[in-house]
Design a protein around this ligand. Sequence first.
Ligand SMILES: [Zn+2]
Length: 313
Amino acid sequence: MKKAVYYGVHDVRVEDVPVPEVPDDGLLVKVKYCGICGSDVHEYHHGPFVGVFAPGVWGHEFSGEVAEVGPKVDDYKPGDRVVGKAVTGAYAEYVAAPSRLFHKMADAMSYEDGAVTEPTTVACYAVGKASLQPGENTLVVGAGPIGLLTVMALKAAGAGPVYVSESAPTRRALAGELGADEVFDPTQCDLVEEMKKRTGGKGVDVSFECVGIRPSLMDCINSTRRRRRIVVEGVFMEEVSLDVFHLLEKDISLIFTLGADFDATVPLIAEGKIPSARIVTSTIGLDDIVTMGMEKLSQDIKDEIKILVNPEI
Ligand SMILES: [Zn+2]
């Protein structure tokens, strides 16, 4: 079978490798789509990351069909439609892993929905950790895949106004289509002032950092009302310095998240409350994973949001 193998920085090779053996307690799954995650792009440019992002995380947002079931598994059968929960190596025609690392898809979900389920669980988990009160106003900084999914998760959770800050025009437009009440270009306005204007001078109740750089985190800190919450979802590749006294003075909660709740998220996607697949901008074949995938997502144009790899094309 074909598999895109990560060897190191800017070294990815599509190779012919044996189909993996199905483990006794596991499944062999035929991959339908595998989404390219921002962490994979980081890995491509700066990896391999030992610890948080070991090389193994390469290709973890996928959907597929069960091809074979291990002898000790009785809750799955061939033909079942699944998504990976913590399975990696899915830039390939097949993946095999213990069955507990998969989650069944709802009938109403497409395989495209399935491929964006994992990042959606990340956004839903973050929104859950924000302990949103009815009507609270919110700010999402960064409208990449996670930011856009956070906008949808906030809307599904009944948030008050959802404001979005994003410098790329196509991403701003999509944020608006997906339910953001107002979108701002932080390079063209004073975001903190705009937030104050809309909240009687106080700032938003909850802000979500979805970029992973200091200026975005500072926008969140400065736009958020005293005694309220900031949720950090962005993957920071560098250490940042913070004025802790200022945070203390604001008596603010800084919440870090990296979790997933598939049981809660799958029904929201299946019922159409979170139309996650709207973030998909292209589908490519395995052979194009570098040129049409990794490289394209690294450009500043930011027209692409989520690219899916289809190993069958
Ligand atoms: Zn991911």
